[in-house]
Design a protein around this ligand. Structure first.
Ligand SMILES: [Mg+2]
Length: 404
């Protein structure tokens, strides 16, 4: 018989691991004078608040002046995204050493499937406890973990267990756990929906489960009603997906044997940057690791990587770093010629869950206005309709057309 890799859905094998007050916890870890004190990370807007600050009602996102009114002793520190990206990488290494099935959700949060590990690593509750200990000991941060039969329920469980908690919802006990919870715990129930439900006397998840679905449709519309009914019954067939959403986005361009001028090489690389970042924006992904590949005229190769200060899909910062890498190789290119150049951006995250996204007015994509305008024109008029000024080299020629 073949061994089962995927978890048996009848067992509570799914972990949702979520760092507590991530940015604020990193600040408290790195500056001992902040320990035990109300801390907010931000500038103008609160991006993260320590639990000491949350006790005063400080939440995210909130204007700094409002937060200080609620909590006069609040210490506001500016964000250090380098430190958060480094801490996140260290935590994700621990996730990956726990199980091969890791699905990143954001910079500080992931689903892990530990089904099929019972014989090697023990029960999910023990695996979760060990993971929490290693994150605390090795990275110095508190992390909450929920364990359940479905992703949705594991996420609810981690939220309920916070701060610094571990909560297991045993198989068979799902509805007993879920139904007494307030409806606002359901994914997709914001303040507005919550208000509408409360006005009809619907307070708990159990109230929703008891409701005729037609009633709910009349109240919230078909889509939301189906979604909430499914959640209230703990119907969530999604498995923990690894790989598909990770990896990198890249493109390369063969240059042939002709020697190109520095300006032509710059333009070629900018064309590749433009293509790659456009694909990232279309996929709603941002990345923090940039790799440029070179193949020289003598068939030797070189690969250079740089880590960006924070994940992005914007053309300008990626172009700046890519060009710096190209110029660094210039002596070797002059000696041997260059026959291929490629660029890929890795460590991809969902754009909606990144530090950069949180810095922007809410709901905006982490791209420049220029990127958005250009993407929009291309969508309407086709790829070749728009050539940016920066992609036109000094001779006024367009960037060489690149293979898709
Ligand atoms: Mg978190």
């Amino acid at each position: 018989m073949r061994s089962r890799v995927r978890s048996n859905s009848a067992e509570a094998n799914i972990l949702h691991a979520d760092l507590d007050s991530f940015y604020a916890s990193v600040e408290q870890r790195d500056d001992p004078t902040l320990k035990g004190r109300p801390v907010a990370v931000g500038g103008g807007i609160v991006l993260a608040a320590s639990y000491e600050a949350k006790a005063f009602g400080v939440s995210t996102p909130m204007a700094e002046w409002r937060a200080k009114r609620l909590c006069p002793d609040l210490i506001v520190v500016p964000p250090r995204f380098d430190a958060y990206v480094a801490a996140s990488s260290a935590v994700f290494e621990l996730f990956h050493s726990t199980t091969p099935v890791v699905e990143p959700m954001s910079i500080d949060e992931a689903f892990l499937d530990v089904g099929g590990l019972r014989r090697v690593s023990g029960q999910p509750v023990d695996i979760a406890a060990r993971l929490r200990r290693s994150v605390r000991n090795d990275v110095g941060l508190p992390i909450s973990v929920g364990v359940a039969t479905t992703k949705f329920l594991a996420k609810v469980a981690s939220a309920v267990s916070k701060p610094d908690g571990l909560l297991v919802v045993p198989a068979g006990g799902e509805l007993a756990f879920l139904h007494p919870l307030p409806v606002s715990r359901l994914w997709g129930v914001g303040p507005k929906t919550n208000e509408r439900l409360r006005a009809r006397g619907i307070f708990t998840v159990g109230d929703i489960a008891l409701l005729d679905e037609q009633h709910l449709v009349a109240l919230l519309g078909k889509g939301a009603a189906r979604h909430l009914s499914a959640l209230a019954a703990n119907r969530d067939p999604r498995s923990v997906e690894t790989g598909r959403r990770r990896g990198s986005i890249g493109s390369q361009h063969a240059l042939g044997r002709a020697r190109l001028s520095p300006a032509e090489l710059d333009a070629t690389l900018l064309g590749i940057v433009d293509r790659v970042t456009r694909r990232m924006r279309t996929a709603n992904r941002v990345g923090s690791t940039l790799t440029v590949r070179f193949r020289f005229g003598d068939f030797t190769r070189s690969t250079r990587s740089r880590t960006l200060s924070h994940p992005t899909a914007a053309t300008e910062p990626i172009a700046a770093v890519a060009l710096a890498i190209l110029h660094h190789e210039w002596a070797r290119i002059e000696d041997n010629g260059l026959t291929l150049i490629g660029l890929s951006v890795g460590n991809l995250l969902d754009a909606d869950h990144t530090p950069e996204q949180m810095l922007l007015p809410f709901g905006r994509k982490p791209t420049s206005a220029l990127d958005e305008a250009v993407d929009d024109l291309r969508k309407r008029f086709g790829n070749q309709a728009v050539t940016r000024a920066s992609l036109v080299n000094q001779k006024g020629q367009e960037t060489p057309k690149l293979p898709d």
